[in-house]
Design a protein around this ligand. Sequence first.
Ligand code: TRP
Length: 337
Amino acid sequence: MTTVTPFQVSGEINYDRLVTDFGCTRISPELLTRFTQVTGHTPHRFLRRGIFFSHRDLDVILDRVEAGLPVYIYTGRGPSSGSLHLGHLVPFVFTKWLQDVLKAVVVIQITDDEKFMWKGLSEQDCDRFAESNIKDIAAVGFDPARTFIFRDFNYVGNMYRVVCQIQSHLTVNQAKGIFGFTDSDHCGKFAFPAVQAAPAACTAFPHLFGGRKDVPGLIPCAIDQDPYFRMSRDILPRLGLPKCAVIHSKFFPGLSGDGKMSSSEGATVFLTDSKASIRSKVGRGFSGGRDTVEEHRRLGANLEVDVSIRYLEFFLEDDDLLARIKADYQAGRILSG
Ligand code: TRP
C-alpha cells in the first residue's frame, strides 16, 4: 500500500498517479522554456532533471515577474532532529536558487509547534532542534537582506489574525477530509493547518510587505506537503488574498534505494556526518553493480536501482559529466566503488 500524506510517506511511489490524484500539473518543457525567457536563467538541475516536477500556478508567478510585480517565496521545516539530512537540503538549495533568479523575499517557517504536537518532543528538544536546524538552513547561503526565518512559537502572535481568519474558513469536516484527522486526535492537530497556511498570505508579514494584500507566495516543497496548500488556495481568495503557487519535488531516496530518506531510519546521511562516514554510508547504499567484476564488465550496472546514480542526479551540476558517468557505468567500464 502506498501512503503519501504530510504525516507519512511509504510504499512504492508513482508520481504520475500523485499528480492525477492531487490535481496538480506536471512541469512541461514549454513552461521551463518560459521560465528561461522570463528570468534569463537556465533552469536549475532539479528542474532540468524532473526532481521539481509538478506545480500549481507557476505560470501565474512568471507572468507577474515578467510584469515587474513582486512575488515572494515561502518554504519551511519541521525540526524533528538535531541535524538536517541530505533530503531536507533539497527544498532549501532550490529556494536559495529561486531567490537569486527571482530576486525575491524568502520566508522560512520553522514549525516547532508541529513537532511538539506530532512527535511529542520535550520543550528542550524543540528549542535545541529549532536552533541547530536554523543554522543548517542559513548555511545554504540565503541573502540575509531578503530572508526571514521564524519559529512558530516565537512569531505566531504576529500572524495570529491571519491564522484566525483561516481557521474560521475551515470546518472540522474539511480538516478530517484533507488531513485524515479523527475524533480522537487532539485539538492542536485541528488548529495546526491554519498555522502552516498563514505564511502563504502576505498579510502574515506586515514588516516585509507593508500591509500590501496583493503579493502571491510561491511555495517550493516536497509533494507530501501539498494538502496544506490545496487548502490554502481554497481559502485565501475568500479572504481577498491571491492564491499561493506551489512547486513540488519528488522525495530524496534513502540508502536502500526506495522510499524517502528519513531521520529515524538509521541509514541516513546527516549534514553533520564526517566525509569518511558519508563515504562509508553511501558505499553501502543499494547498488546497481553486479555481483562479480567479471559479470559487471560483461553486463554493466543497472542504473535504475543504483542509489549513487540517484544522488549524482541530485547533486552533480555538470550534465555532460553525469551523462558520461552513467554511460560508462551502464556499459561496465566503471565499477560501483
Ligand atoms: N510541515 C513541514 C515539515 O514537517 C514544515 C513546513 C512548514 C513546510 N511550512 C512549510 C514545508 C512550507 C514546505 C513548505 O517539515
